[in-house]
Design a protein around this ligand. Structure first.
Ligand SMILES: [Zn+2]
Length: 89
């Protein structure tokens, strides 16, 4: 079996055991969400301040995420719209 994975986007209210490995695509979204969060004046008081501070620059084999944690972390508004204009009509 592979090494035990950890959820790097963890929200303490989530008790799920099902951690998924990152894909490059998922990681890109996390980085964008992190930057968005860091651009907010009050990000330090957010519940994701520690997640942002501890997030590595690149994911490793033991870095993964709970799908719920991922969903919550990347739910920062119009990420895809503002950063990927190629998909707009
Ligand atoms: Zn988690």
């Amino acid at each position: 079996m592979a090494a035990k994975m950890r959820c790097v986007l963890h929200d303490a209210s989530n008790n799920s055991d099902d951690i998924k490995p990152f894909t490059n695509e998922a990681w890109e979204k996390v980085k964008i969400a992190k930057q968005y969060r860091l651009s907010k004046p009050f990000w330090l008081t957010s519940k994701y301040a520690d997640v942002c501070k501890n997030l590595p620059d690149d994911f490793s084999l033991i870095d993964g995420y709970h799908s719920d944690c991922y969903k919550n972390f990347t739910a920062v508004g119009k990420i895809t719209k503002q950063n990927h204009s190629e998909t707009e009509k």
